[in-house]
Write a protein that binds this ligand. Structure first.
Ligand SMILES: [Zn+2]
Length: 116
């Protein structure tokens, strides 16, 4: 069954509002990875808001590492929105920097270098 089919138009509008509110928080105004301003994408399993460029890199890592959603174009499930609410960029960075496997760290470092 497609879970997204359960997300009504009203619920979707509510999610968009919540996500817009989260993106206004100081910690979420910059991409979690490269600090670009005004990210409009998110990794729903890492709980981080990211820019379009980094969303492409996250996608290339595969959905088992990062599941990317647009905050404006995609349909979100209630638990995904709730997770973004309790994570956000600060907690997400603190958490994943400590927990990520070494090869992911390396790709993050490469990304930082490329972003400069
Ligand atoms: Zn970025």
């Amino acid at each position: 069954m497609n879970e997204k089919a359960l997300v009504t138009k009203d619920l979707n509008a509510k999610h968009t509002k919540i996500l817009e509110g989260l993106l206004k928080l100081p910690e979420n105004r910059e991409c979690a990875d490269c600090r670009n301003k005004a990210p409009r994408w998110a990794s729903v399993n890492l709980g981080a808001f990211i820019c379009m460029q980094c969303s492409g890199i996250h996608r290339s890592l595969g959905v088992h590492i990062s599941k990317v959603r647009s905050t404006t174009l995609d349909t979100w499930l209630p638990e995904q929105v709730a997770f973004m609410q309790c994570m956000g960029n600060k907690k997400s960075n603190d958490y994943w920097e400590a927990e990520l496997p070494v090869d992911y760290d390396r790709s993050m470092i490469e990304r930082f270098i490329r972003a400069k």
